[in-house]
Design a protein around this ligand. Structure first.
Ligand code: AGP
Length: 592
C-alpha cells in the first residue's frame, strides 16, 4: 500500500518519477505528489486524486530538477486530502519525505515534537519522520543519512521511506523496516521504488534493501549501510525481461489484458525446476502437518491446492486465513510445513504469520509472483509464478498460475512432476477456448444482470474454491454483493435469501460432484432463482449455460474460473466502474 519512487541522475527527474508512480498505482490511488530540488530550492506539488488527475491539476511531472521523490497513496491515517498527500516536509520546508507503512507510535512522537515547537500540517502518521530528521540535521548538524540512522530506532511499526534535503543536496536517502524498497542502478542515474516495476523501463539491475538498512543514492552510486552506519556492498539481481512490460497492449483495461494472458500464463507457470519441486514434495510428505496461509484470491487458490494435495498426494492439509493464522501458532512446530501463497510477497498478514511460524521452527515454502519480495527473504523454498506483472487490482492470471503450481506440486507428491507438466501443456488451448466461447455471451449476461444486488456462487469439492473466487471477483470490481459457498451449505441458512430472479452461479463441471451440485442448484431454482450453470455438460436446470471445455477433473478450475472473471469484468463495465482500480482497495496490502 502506497508506492514510493525516487530518482537522481542526469535526466529531468519529475517525468521519471511520474512514470514510475503510474507503474505503482496498483499500490494505492487516493492521492499523489512529487518533491524535487532545483537551484537550492525544495519544490513540492501534491493533491488528492488518481495520478492522472493530480498531474492535470498540479502538473507534478513538470517540476524542474534532476533529483526528486514521489508517492501514490492509499490512506490509512488521515482522510484523502491535499494536506495528507505525500511528500511531507519539516517546519521550514527544507526536506521532504515519502513513506509507505504505519508509524505505530506517531501520536507520542507528534506530541513530543509539538512540545518542542514543531507545527504539523497533516493528520498523517508519516509527517513525524521529516520533523524528526530535520531536528537531527539542524540541532546536531548531521548529514541526511546520519539523521535518518538516528531517527530509525525511534520509529515503531513498519516503514519504507525516502527523503531528500536542501541542506544536504544531491542525494536521496532510503530506509526500510518491514516494507519493500528496491534500488535500481542505470547508466543515466539511480532509482529507488517500492517495486522494481517503478524503474524497470530504465534498468533491470535491482537491489532489494533489507530491514533496518539504509541506502544513500547519488547520481553516480548507491551505497548501503547497516543500522550502526557501517557500509557494506550488495550485488544487483537482473530482473526478468517479462517484468518490464507494464503496458495495456491495446486492451481497454489491465484486468482484461491479464485475463486474456492466461493461456500464456499457464505455459510460463509450468516452466519449473522438477528437482526443486521433488525436494519440496519430500518436505511436505515428511511433515507432521501442512498449512497454507494466504489472503483473498491467493487463499482461494490455496483451497484448490488443499484439494489437490488430498486427492493426488493423499496428504491432508489445512488452509488458514492469513490474518487469523497467527492466533493458531501454538500448534505450529518444526514438523510443520507452512505454504505461504502471495502474489505480491508482501501482504502484511501473510508476512506476520510466516515470521511467527519461522520462530517456532516451521519450514516455509512460498509461492510468489513479484520478485525481490520480503516473503522470499523469509522462506526456505520459493516458487515463482513467472506470469509477469499483474497490474489490475483484481487477481486473475496469478490465480490461474497459482492453481497450475499446485497441480505440479501435488503430482510431485507422487513423484509425477513430468506427467503434470505434460498435462498442463494442453491447458493453454483449453483456457483460450473458454475465453473465446464465452466472452460475447457474458457481455449480454452482464447487461441482463447489471442491476441485481446479490449473487450466490455454489460448487462442491475442487469447484467450491472457484465459487468463492468467482464471488470475490464480482464484489471487487463490480461492487455487487456476492457469496461463494459449498453447494451443500446453501440449505443451512443462505437459502432464505433466495427469491425470484436471484442469480445463482453453479460451478458444476461434469465430475463426480455434478449430480449433487445440481440437486443443490435445484433447491435454489425451486425458489425461482436464476441459475447460471458453468459446466461442460448442459442441464435443464440452467437458465443460462456458460459452456466450458471438457478437461480432466483436476484441471477444471482452470477453465471454470475464466468465464467468472469475464463476467465480473463485464458487470463492472455495465455498471460504469473501472475494473482496474476498485474503490477502497489496493493490490498490495502491507498493513494489518
Ligand atoms: C484479489 O483479487 C485481491 N486483490 C486480494 O484479495 C488479494 O488476493 C489479497 O490481498 C492477497 O494478496 P497477495 O496475493 O498479494 O498476498
Amino acid at each position: 500500500m502506497c508506492g514510493i519512487v525516487g530518482y537522481c541522475g542526469k535526466e529531468p527527474a519529475a517525468p521519471i518519477i511520474l512514470e514510475g508512480l503510474k507503474c505503482l498505482e496498483y499500490r494505492g490511488y487516493d492521492s499523489a505528489g512529487i518533491a524535487s530540488i532545483c537551484d537550492g530550492e525544495m519544490l513540492v506539488k501534491k493533491d488528492a486524486g488518481k495520478i492522472d488527475e493530480v498531474e492535470r491539476k498540479q502538473g507534478i511531472g513538470c517540476l524542474p530538477g534532476n533529483i526528486a521523490i514521489g508517492h501514490t497513496r492509499w490512506a490509512t491515517h488521515g482522510a484523502v486530502t491535499q494536506a495528507n498527500a505525500h511528500p511531507h516536509s519539516d517546519c521550514h520546508g527544507r526536506l521532504a519525505v515519502v513513506h509507505n507503512g504505519i508509524i505505530e507510535n506517531y501520536q507520542q512522537l507528534r506530541q513530543e515534537l509539538i512540545d518542542r515547537g514543531h507545527h504539523f500540517t497533516s493528520e498523517t502518521d508519516s509527517e513525524v519522520i521529516p520533523h524528526l530528521i530535520a531536528e537531527k540535521m539542524e540541532g546536531d548538524s548531521y548529514s541526511l543519512e546520519k539523521a535518518v540512522l538516528a531517527v530509525m530506532p525511534r520509529l515503531e511499526g513498519s516503514y519504507a521511506f525516502v527523503t531528500l534535503a536542501i541542506d544536504d543536496p544531491g542525494k536521496i536517502v532510503g530506509a526500510r523496516k518491514n516494507n519493500p524498497l528496491v534500488v535500481g542502478s542505470g547508466s543515466h542515474g539511480n532509482y529507488i521504488g517500492s517495486d522494481a516495476l517503478a524503474f524497470a523501463r530504465h534498468t533491470r539491475k535491482a537491489i532489494s534493501l533489507g530491514d533496518n538498512e539504509v541506502v544513500v543514492m547519488t547520481p553516480d552510486k548507491a551505497e548501503f549501510f547497516d543500522a550502526a552506519g557501517n557500509a557494506f556492498s550488495k550485488q544487483p539481481r537482473e530482473l526478468d525481461e517479462n517484468w518490464a512490460n507494464n503496458c495495456k497492449d491495446g486492451y481497454e483495461h489491465f484486468t482484461l489484458k491479464e485475463i486474456m494472458e492466461q493461456p500464456c500464463a499457464i505455459d510460463r507457470a509450468a516452466l519449473q525446476d522438477g528437482k526443486k519441486f521433488n525436494s519440496i514434495a519430500l518436505d511436505i510428505l515428511r511433515a507432521g502437518q501442512v498449512v497454507f496461509t494466504a489472503c483473498g484470491t491467493s487463499r482461494y487458490a490455496a483451497l484448490v491446492g488443499r484439494y489437490l494435495f488430498s486427492r493426488v498426494g493423499k496428504k491432508f492439509s489445512e488452509v488458514a486465513n492469513a490474518s487469523e493464522f497467527g492466533y493458531f501458532v501454538d500448534s505450529i512446530d518444526k514438523n510443520t510445513v507452512v505454504i505461504a501463497v502471495s502474489q505480491s510477497g508482501e501482504t502484511a498478514d501473510v508476512i506476520e504469520g510466516v515470521w511467527a511460524a519461522r520462530d517456532v521452527g516451521a519450514k516455509i515454502v512460498s509461492i510468489i509472483n513479484r520478485p525481490n519480495s520480503m516473503l522470499e527473504e523469509l522462506s526456505h523454498h520459493t516458487i515463482y509464478l513467472k506470469c509477469g506483472p499483474e497490474v489490475g487490482v483484481a487477481a486473475t492470471k496469478t490465480f490461474l498460475s497459482q492453481v497450475a503450481v499446485f497441480y505440479l506440486l501435488s503430482f510431485s507428491l507422487v513423484n509425477a512432476f513430468d506427467e503434470a507438466v505434460e498435462h498442463l501443456g494442453d491447458m493453454s488451448g483449453k483456457v483460450a477456448e473458454a475465453i473465446e466461447c464465452n466472452n460475447s455471451n457474458l457481455i449480454n449476461l452482464a447487461q441482463k444482470l447489471k442491476d441485481k444486488n446479490d449473487f450466490y456462487y455454489l460448487g462442491r469439492g475442487i469447484n467450491f474454491s472457484i465459487a468463492t473466487e468467482g464471488a470475490l471477483k464480482l464484489k471487487e470490481v463490480a461492487y455487487v454483493h456476492a457469496e461463494g459457498m459449498p453447494a451443500g451449505e446453501l440449505k443451512h441458512g443462505t437459502l432464505a435469501l433466495i427469491e425470484q430472479g436471484t442469480p445463482v452461479v453453479v460451478v458444476c463441471p461434469d465430475d463426480y460432484t455434478y449430480g449433487e451440485t445440481l440437486s443443490n442448484a435445484m433447491e435454489a431454482k425451486s425458489r425461482r432463482a436464476y441459475i447460471i450453470g458453468v459446466s461442460d455438460r448442459e442441464s435443464d436446470i440452467f437458465d443460462f449455460w456458460v459452456e466450458v471445455p471438457r478437461v480432466d477433473e483436476l484441471l477444471y478450475p482452470m477453465v471454470t474460473i475464466v468465464p467468472l472473471q469475464l463476467l465480473a469484468y463485464h458487470m463492472a463495465l455495465a455498471r460504469g466502474y473501472n475494473p482496474d482500480k476498485p474503490r477502497n482497495l489496493a493490490k498490495s496490502v502491507t498493513v494489518k
